[in-house]
Design a protein around this ligand. Structure first.
Ligand SMILES: [Zn+2]
Length: 232
C-alpha cells in the first residue's frame, strides 16, 4: 500500500483556537480560526471562479492545465505575506493547514476543482524539509484535503536530486535543471486522474511547471494548480 491520506476531522480540529491564528490577539469569529479583522485583511482572489486570471495568464502557452488559481490577495507587507513568512520560517505548520481549510471551502463546489481525485504537494528538497521539519506545501494540501473532502498524497511526485545553484545558469539551463529534479512514482495509480498540484507561493512558476510536465506524461492525467499566493 502507498500512503494516500484520506481527509478526516480529528477532534482537535473541531476545537477552534482561543486566539485568532493570524494576529494571535483577537478572539476568532464563530466557526472560524480567524478574527473578523483578519478575515477582512485576508482577501480572497476568487480566481478559481474566473476561467482566465493572473495565474492562468502566468502559465499561458507553457503548459496545458485544467485550471490554476491562488487563494488570497498577496501584497508586500500585507497580512498574507506575514503569515507565509511564519509558515516557512517560524515553525508554524498550522498556518498552512488553516489557509488550506479556508481555501478548500471555496474550491469544494467549484468546477473543475470539484472533480479533483488527488491533491499533490510540490515536494520540498529533503534537506530543506529536514531543516524546517515539514513541507509547507503539504500543510496547505492537508487543509485543502479536509474541506474539499479529497485525499492528498506525497507518494506520486518525488524530488530526486539537489537543484544546483540557479543564479549562474541561462533560462533554458535553469528549466532543465529544475525539470530533472522531479520524478513520478507509481504512474499507474494516477492514470486518468485529475491531480491538484499545490504549492505555497507562485513566483516564476518554473517549479510548478516542471512538476506538471512530469505528471502530464502519465496517460490520461490532468493537472490543475492551487497555491496560497501569487507573487509579483
Ligand atoms: Zn486576527
Amino acid at each position: 500500500m502507498f500512503p494516500l491520506y484520506l481527509p478526516f476531522l480529528k477532534i482537535a480540529d473541531l476545537i477552534y483556537p482561543d486566539l485568532c491564528f493570524a494576529c494571535e490577539k483577537n478572539i476568532p469569529s464563530k466557526n472560524s480560526s480567524v478574527c473578523i479583522q483578519c478575515h477582512y485583511n485576508i482577501t480572497p482572489t476568487n480566481y478559481h471562479l474566473k476561467p482566465e486570471n493572473p495565474v492562468t495568464d502566468r502559465f499561458w502557452g507553457r503548459i496545458i492545465l485544467q485550471h490554476a488559481s491562488t487563494s488570497f490577495v498577496f501584497s508586500k507587507g500585507g497580512l498574507l505575506q506575514k503569515l507565509i513568512h511564519r509558515l516557512k520560517y517560524e515553525n508554524k505548520p498550522d498556518i498552512g493547514i488553516e489557509l488550506g481549510k479556508m481555501y478548500g471551502n471555496q474550491l469544494a463546489n467549484t468546477p473543475p476543482y470539484n472533480s479533483v481525485d488527488i491533491i499533490i504537494p510540490v515536494p520540498l528538497h529533503p534537506k530543506k524539509e529536514h531543516f524546517r521539519g515539514y513541507n509547507q506545501a503539504t500543510m496547505f494540501a492537508k487543509g485543502l484535503s479536509e474541506t474539499m473532502n479529497i485525499p492528498w498524497s506525497e507518494s506520486f511526485l518525488i524530488r530526486t536530486e539537489n537543484t544546483e545553484t540557479q543564479t549562474k545558469k541561462s533560462r533554458t539551463d535553469r528549466f532543465e535543471n529544475v525539470q530533472s529534479a522531479f520524478k513520478v512514482a507509481m504512474p499507474d495509480k494516477i492514470k486518468d486522474k485529475h491531480l491538484l498540484l499545490v504549492d505555497d507561493v507562485i513566483t516564476t512558476g518554473a517549479t510548478l511547471e516542471a512538476c506538471a510536465v512530469k505528471l502530464l506524461e502519465v496517460d490520461g492525467a490532468k493537472v490543475s494548480f492551487a497555491a496560497i499566493a501569487l507573487s509579483a
